[in-house]
Design a protein around this ligand. Sequence first.
Ligand code: HEC
Length: 180
Amino acid sequence: MRGNVFIFVFILAVLNIFFWQAFYFHETNKKYLDQIDSRLNNTNDSTPWQGCNPTQIPTTGKEAELIQYGYKLVTNTAYYLGPNGIVKHNNNALTCQSCHLEAGTKPFGNNFGKVAATYPVFRDRNNGTQTIMMRLDDCFQRSMNGQTLDSNTREMQAIKAYITWVGSDCRKTKRNLEPA
Ligand code: HEC
C-alpha cells in the first residue's frame, strides 16, 4: 500500500515537472516571437545601420595600418592625390567625404556600409562585373575629374581595406566595447 502511494506521488511529481517545463518553454518562445513581431511591425524603427565610428579603427593587427591610411585618404584626399598631392597629382581638390559624408559612415549620407557586401556586382556600364576597385576608379574619373589608379597601389589597397572595414559588423564591436 505504502509503495503504491509512493509511486503515485512520484508520478505526480514527474508529471508536474513536465507540465512546468512545457509551460515555461511555451512562454519563453512566445515572448521571443512577440519580440520579433513587434520589431517587424515597427515602422518607426529608430535604429538604421550605424556606421562604424572612426575611433573604432583597429590599431593593432595586420590590416590596421592599411585601414588607417585608407581613412586618411578618404577624409583628406586632396592632400595625397589632389592637384598638389604628395603621392600623385591625380584628381581635383574634392575629398571623398565631400560626397560620402563622415568618411562614408553616416546613415543616409551616401555611406560605404553595403559596398564590401555587395561588390562585385553586375553593371551594364562595365559590360559585366564591376569590382570595388572599378567603382573607386569611377569616382576618381567621374566625380573627381581625375584618372584611374592602379589597383596594386598602396592607396587603392588602403581605400579598399577601409571600405571593407566600414562594412564589417561594427554594431557588434560597439556592443562589445560597452560595459556589460
Ligand atoms: C562629387 C561627389 C563624389 C566624390 C567626391 C566621390 N564620390 Fe563616390 N560616389 C558618388 C556618387 C554620387 C555615387 C553613387 C551613389 C549610388 O550609387 O547610390 C558614388 C559611389 C561610390 C561607391 C559605390 C557605393 C555603393 O554603395 O555602391 C564607392 C565605393 C565610392 N563612391 C567611393 C568613393 C571614394 C573612395 C571617393 C574618394 C576617392 C569618392 N567615392 C569620391 C559621389 C562621389
